[in-house]
Design a protein around this ligand. Structure first.
Ligand code: HEC
Ligand code: HEC
Ligand code: HEC
Ligand code: HEC
Length: 443
């Protein structure tokens, strides 16, 4: 039993012993106080290191879209608008924690090769001792307690300590909840999980993002049956996102005549996420449902979703409207007209929650978010139903129509990606799921 408690361990050698940080402004560390992930990886923890290297944790500072957003938008914005000045340092709390802990603010760009590039490294997570207050959010020294290495179990190279918080979703919440300078929850993955069914069933973030498998923990160690794999698959892994939502299409008749109005419903069941879908960087993400009718010649008819009439619904149906005008501030273009809000075919249902700047315009700058709009995302184990009406063309020749529903996922609104020269893979849509139904056409 005691052995089971030792799963949560602190890993690499380090010379320093520290007590809790208590001031937000005086860095107490030097980069040399922290081991590099490469050291942890090449000495002992090779498999875990390989997994971490391929995860977004190792990319949190050097990933191109992160670099573009910080250096082109957030940093200039912080210097022009006092209200958001705190993000010059604040972004790095979660994206380049070592830079914040050592006071290297702003860090040099990734090309300079500083240790900010290590991102969310082994040491960052394995030294967190806890957080202050009721709700974990915005990783910050002072609020996050940083651990010492006084341990009880032997390892050849370092002390190992049991830290129960690492087994819980609250630990992840330290970085997966974010409050904007306007006091708005602009990232609330942990809060969504906490309110949802999985937390009540004691299913934690780790159970879905760090699954257990039979393997070794360290090169010289024995095989354990239940080692936490450091996979951290998320929205950047299509294999994680695919199948998140189960789709079905139900036409209200199996046979129709030309000219008929056929009603269809599409059900979307969230069978996979422990939080809402999409979650996290909700300001960037686009999840949308497209329904098309396809005749026997392959001709496609796009079918717009029926409106339900709830407040704020206009933000959940794709349009050509312009948005994101507040990017004009950091881009130093006072006449910036904005970019196409959705940049996808019109009339599709979008599962999202819009973020608004202080002027009430939609924004992708989460730090400049003063309010949130309607939350039309799909909750954990929630089912949403969307309705459509298709007028069978009078002149249709086909004897059969196929209705195809596709749920698409896009990490970033493509108009923004193109405008800021973000690599195309960041905004290329991919399929979450598809479903089909057939209807016969009779005369
Ligand atoms: C995002 C935070 C995070 C990062 C980054 C991280 N770990 Fe972990 N690690 C955890 C958590 C959480 C656990 C599991 C704690 C538990 O369930 O007891 C864990 C467990 C472990 C374990 C014990 C595995 C087991 O099942 O007993 C080892 C070994 C380990 N990590 C090594 C590393 C190494 C090496 C790196 C860097 C290459 C690393 N970790 C990076 C959060 C992290
Ligand atoms: C020290 C801060 C920190 C902690 C603690 C942390 N994360 Fe993260 N995590 C990040 C950052 C920053 C990113 C985003 C990387 C990027 O895209 O720039 C991220 C990305 C992820 C992703 C990938 C998302 C994607 O878009 O593909 C997953 C999954 C994830 N974290 C899960 C977890 C889980 C589970 C835990 C707790 C065991 C955890 N994180 C703890 C900072 C953290
Ligand atoms: C029941 C399984 C489950 C649990 C529990 C769970 N997740 Fe996830 N998570 C998923 C799946 C599936 C996806 C992929 C679909 C998506 O992007 O939402 C995902 C995606 C993510 C992403 C990427 C989202 C994006 O749009 O960029 C992050 C970050 C993340 N999870 C963090 C967490 C954190 C933090 C917790 C705990 C507070 C957690 N997850 C709990 C299943 C789970
Ligand atoms: C509280 C911790 C935290 C803070 C503060 C924070 N981020 Fe993040 N950021 C994250 C996490 C966690 C993710 C991953 C969420 C997800 O995958 O959905 C993320 C994702 C991102 C992404 C999207 C990555 C992608 O590939 O889609 C960008 C860009 C980004 N952050 C930039 C910033 C900037 C710029 C700031 C400062 C204004 C900032 N972040 C502040 C935790 C934070």
């Amino acid at each position: 039993m005691k052995k089971l408690l030792l799963i949560s361990i602190v890993l690499c050698v380090s010379a320093f012993l520290v007590s809790f940080l208590n001031s937000a402004n005086t860095p107490k560390f030097k980069y040399s106080d922290f081991e590099t992930p490469k050291y942890c990886g090449t000495t002992c923890h090779r498999d875990i290191y390989n997994q971490w290297s391929q995860s977004m944790m190792s990319q949190s500072y050097i990933h191109e879209w992160d670099e573009i957003e910080y250096f082109m938008l957030a940093l200039p914005h912080a210097r022009l608008d006092e209200k958001v000045a705190e993000v010059e340092a604040g972004c790095n709390g979660c994206h380049a924690p070592l830079a914040l802990l050592t006071g290297d603010i702003p860090p040099k760009p990734p090309s300079a090769g500083t240790r900010a590039n290590e991102g969310v490294s082994c040491e960052v997570c394995h030294l967190i001792a806890g957080f202050e207050g009721d709700i974990p959010y915005n990783f910050k020294p002072g609020k996050t307690k940083y651990n010492s290495r006084i341990g009880e179990v032997a390892s050849p190279v370092h002390k190992i300590e049991v830290n129960p918080i690492m087994k819980t979703g609250d630990f992840c919440g330290i970085c997966h909840n974010e409050k904007s300078p306007y006091g708005v929850w602009v990232k609330s993955t942990h809060l969504e999980w906490k309110e949802g069914p999985y937390a009540k069933e004691n299913v934690h973030c780790q159970d879905c993002h760090m699954p257990r498998a039979q393997s070794i923990k360290a090169a010289m160690g024995k095989v354990y049956s239940d080692v936490r794999q450091h996979i951290f698959a998320g929205a950047h892994d299509p294999s994680k996102v695919r199948g998140t939502i189960e789709l079905k299409v139900y036409p209200d008749h199996s046979e129709c005549e030309p000219g008929d109005a056929l009603k269809l419903s599409v059900t979307l069941y969230n069978q996979k996420t422990g939080h809402k879908f999409p979650t996290g960087s909700v300001e960037d993400r686009l999840v949308w449902l497209e329904l098309v009718a396809i005749d026997e010649d392959g001709t496609k008819y796009h079918i717009p979703v029926n409106k339900k009439g709830f407040p704020g619904e206009e933000y959940t149906i794709s349009t050509k409207t312009l948005a994101y005008q507040d990017m004009g501030v950091p881009l130093k273009d006072p006449n910036f007209k904005g970019l196409e809000r959705d940049d996808i075919p019109e009339g599709n249902r979008i599962f999202r929650m819009p973020y608004f700047d202080p002027q009430g315009r939609m924004t992708i700058q989460q730090w400049n978010t003063a309010s949130l709009g309607v939350d039309y995302r799909i909750g954990p184990r929630e089912t949403k139903i969307e309705y459509f009406t298709f007028h069978i063309p009078e002149n249709i020749k086909s004897k059969e129509l196929t209705f195809k529903a596709t749920l698409f996922y896009q990490l970033l609104v493509s108009s923004v990606g193109k405008y800021l020269n973000v690599p195309e893979e960041e905004y290329r849509p991919f399929e979450v799921n598809t479903a089909y139904a057939k209807v016969k056409i009779i005369d």
